[in-house]
Design a protein around this ligand. Sequence first.
Ligand SMILES: Cc1cc2nc3c(=O)[nH]c(=O)nc-3n(C[C@H](O)[C@H](O)[C@H](O)COP(=O)(O)OP(=O)(O)OC[C@H]3O[C@@H](n4cnc5c(N)ncnc54)[C@H](O)[C@@H]3O)c2cc1C
Length: 367
Amino acid sequence: MPDFLDEAQLELQQRAHDLGQRLAAIDTKSDYPEKLRDEVRGLSKEAGIFSLTQPRDYGGSAGSSMDLTIVRDALGQWNVGHMPGVFGPSPGLLTQASTELKATFLDRYLSGEITSGFGFTEPSDAPRHTWAASDGEDLIVNGAKSYVTGGSDADFINTLVELDDVGPAMIVIETDRPGVSIDRRFGSLDGSHHASFLFTDVRVPRTHLIGEAGTGLSRALEQVNAVRMAIAADCVGLCGFTCELIATRLKKLEVKGGNSNALRIQFGRMRTQAFAARSATYRTARLIDAGENSVNEVMASKILATETAADLVDSAIQIVGGEALIESHPLASIFRRVRATRLAEGPTDLLHANISRGHLDLDVGRI
Ligand SMILES: Cc1cc2nc3c(=O)[nH]c(=O)nc-3n(C[C@H](O)[C@H](O)[C@H](O)COP(=O)(O)OP(=O)(O)OC[C@H]3O[C@@H](n4cnc5c(N)ncnc54)[C@H](O)[C@@H]3O)c2cc1C
């Protein structure tokens, strides 16, 4: 529940709202994306929000799942959570890397000197999953990854491979290694940029494996879970933003003496849906922080938050009318971003199927 927060959480929530208000006032139409990122990063650091996604060993403040949910929800309510530079680079899978691998990549990554991508999704017509074969102290990687966000500029890709005779494994592959090539660069509806990669006999030292080989899929899923929660919390905040936008509109209409009974019913439906999605996401954050198995609850929260946000923004556009479809209108921009969240990090149908499997085959998951 987003209620009964303790004093520290209430203070964090207030700080996030203050930051949200300041970020919402920035002119984002700048021709200099780097300048915008620097300004956002500066304000976020000042507010003590930037470091929440970074580990304490590296100077971060390592926010709990609840801390991050509170902050993302608050920033979503100002429609600014997606701005570049709000959160510091998170080590993700690299926290589980060997000391040697950390020494090579982690410091430079956390300071922003180098960037990474996440290679999970593969072309639907791939003859087999990307695989790695042993060759002495090295591995030889072949295959393709089709949807690597930020891949064009990435210095390395955390890549899921099938390691011969062992199973799934995560491996760090530098993008300048011989045999790594970008097949295609593309943008998606939400404004983010991606690349598809080909790996042709790419020689990578075995020491680039992240953690024990054979645990790759569960490691990748840990990362996916964290991102699913981030998406859910942001969407919950966007539900709040959308509801407030419609509330302001209804109040104005009523002051002018307009009849808004049908709209009032529709607005009540929107708030009810937002209540359910927000409650579920906070409940899941508490379960994660209590160390409970929360894989199914994270999936359910991601589904509820993204589907609710999509439904609410669609209704809001219908209520506001054509003005909401103008490119620069906040609802038009939210519509595009929220649409992508229903596919990214697991499409809704697939997550529903996994939740069924959780209960029917594995006896896990709560309602
Ligand atoms: C903005 C964005 C950023 C992304 N970033 C990354 C990234 O950085 N790295 C990365 O690896 N990937 C990334 N992806 C890819 C994303 O993870 C995939 O698009 C997503 O997992 C779906 O895979 P797919 O596109 O191959 O579609 P498919 O898996 O083919 O799914 C298509 C449809 O079929 C349904 N479906 C598929 N299988 C089943 C099933 N078993 N049961 C029921 N229904 C099913 C799905 O629900 C969906 O409706 C990104 C995607 C987006 C939109």
